[in-house]
Design a protein around this ligand. Structure first.
Ligand SMILES: Cc1cc2nc3c(=O)[nH]c(=O)nc-3n(C[C@H](O)[C@H](O)[C@H](O)COP(=O)(O)OP(=O)(O)OC[C@H]3O[C@@H](n4cnc5c(N)ncnc54)[C@H](O)[C@@H]3O)c2cc1C
Length: 381
């Protein structure tokens, strides 16, 4: 009788995670950044919300949620701390996806279910010293030996590597096959021959830990190849749109934080006897930030809807990631201008947004490579 719009499931999820971010993350974000280490206590706190299982079915302890719901969660977390959002995204998606899709029931019991409960930390290792944007250059080799694989090689820039319990690692099994010779392997911490380097000292997302991994004759069981022979890149492509749209959602979270802080400061700070927000050039910055964020939201969540309908959406996800990550960098840059000298002080959060936003430019494809992909998808290459 009454045409009252029903709230969508993601509305409730946004409300819940917005409150979690305001109450649990924002008050501790600076402390986590300054500590410069993985905050296991926060990882466990995020696990209690059920976030780590949002993409997985109830049969493995998940919530059976949509890509839209997943993106809403990481966006809200990123508004409070990019580090917390980054390790959550790793745990929900890249670090566990291949284990969920191609792991054995025993691997699900021992690793996936505990990871969803926040008892084990996951990690995802593609990048090598000479193979980053160009994954065709991956040199880490997996060779069959009886009922095992023997892994040799190394990876770099691996999020969670120093703290992870298991790693999904991209290796070459047959060099002559190029991209078709690439496969994912599951390697558990403590396996003889696996070495984890000292953590990197880095510019931003300082509450995540990153390091190199080295593999010297690492022997793993044959069933630890995740997916059928040669399907690694194809299987990665199947979640690439989700990885990109998730990075767009992280970008929106950070841009919103920069915008919220800028708006407050523009209304509080007085110069020439007036609020700085009364000067048209400051208003222009606020207007541009708000417009950019609105456009990022439209692109990102429209793409999520397409993915949730089962559409490929690779062009749209690439556009959303490219646009929203650049918006996050522009917004944090404008925030530093609005804050003036105070943006240079570690006492204020805008310096953290300015450092953390750079992370968004690399994962899921650099802006340059995304522009190349978008152009190709448009038929110009
Ligand atoms: C904070 C952080 C966390 C990370 N976490 C992980 C992780 O968990 N797991 C993992 O595997 N990796 C991780 N990485 C690595 C990340 O995936 C790489 O940084 C990314 O793939 C880009 O590689 P690169 O930085 O070495 O740049 P390169 O590939 O060396 O590129 C350098 C420059 O050349 C440009 N370029 C390269 N090729 C082309 C081309 N064909 N056309 C035009 N321009 C081109 C790029 O756009 C870039 O500007 C992480 C990186 C960072 C900074």
């Amino acid at each position: 009788m009454f045409n009252i719009p029903k709230p969508k499931p993601e509305d409730l999820i946004r409300k819940t995670f917005a409150r979690f971010t305001d109450e649990e993350i924002i008050p501790r974000a600076r402390e986590m950044d300054e500590a410069n280490q993985f905050p296991r206590w926060m990882f466990e706190k995020v696990a209690t919300t059920g976030a780590f299982g949002i993409r997985y079915p109830k049969s493995v302890g998940g919530a059976g949620g949509t890509t839209t719901q997943f993106c809403v969660i990481v966006e809200e977390l990123a508004r409070g701390s990019m580090s917390v959002a980054a390790f959550t995204a790793m745990q929900c998606l890249m670090g566990t996806n291949f284990l969920f899709e191609y792991g054995t029931p025993d691997q699900h019991e021992r690793l996936l279910k505990p990871a969803i409960r926040g008892e084990k930390v996951a990690s995802f290792a593609l990048t090598e010293a000479d193979a980053a944007t160009d994954l065709g250059g991956v040199k880490t080799m997996a060779r069959p030996d009886g009922d095992s694989w023997i892994i040799n090689g190394s990876k770099t820039w691996i999020t969670n590597a120093p703290v992870a319990d298991f790693y999904t690692v991209l290796c070459q099994t047959d060099k002559s096959k190029g991209l078709k010779g690439l496969n994912f392997f599951l390697i558990e911490r403590g396996t003889p021959g696996l070495y984890v380097s000292k953590k990197f000292d880095k510019l931003g997302t300082r509450a995540t830990e990153i390091s190199e991994l080295a593999f010297t004759d690492v022997r793993i069981p044959f069933e630890n190849r995740l997916g059928r022979e040669g399907a690694g890149v194809g299987n990665l492509l199947r979640i690439l749109a989700v990885i990109r749209v998730m990075t767009a959602a992280l970008s929106i979270g950070l841009a919103r934080a920069a915008y919220d802080h800028s708006k407050r400061y523009a209304l509080e700070r007085f110069q020439f006897g007036k609020r700085i927000g009364s000067f048209q050039l400051v208003q222009q910055k606020i207007a541009n930030m708000a417009t950019d964020i609105w456009a990022s939201e439209l692109m990102t969540y429209k793409t999520c809807e397409m993915i949730d309908r089962g559409e490929r959406a690779l062009k749209e996800a690439s556009m959303a990631k490219y646009f929203a990550s650049e918006v996050a960098c522009r917004a944090s840059d404008e925030a530093t201008r609005i804050f003036g000298a105070y943006s240079y002080s570690m006492e204020y959060d805008v310096q953290r947004f300015y450092r953390d936003c750079r992370f968004l430019l690399f994962g899921g494809g650099t802006s340059e490579i995304l522009q190349t992909i978008i152009s190709r998808e448009c038929g110009v290459f």
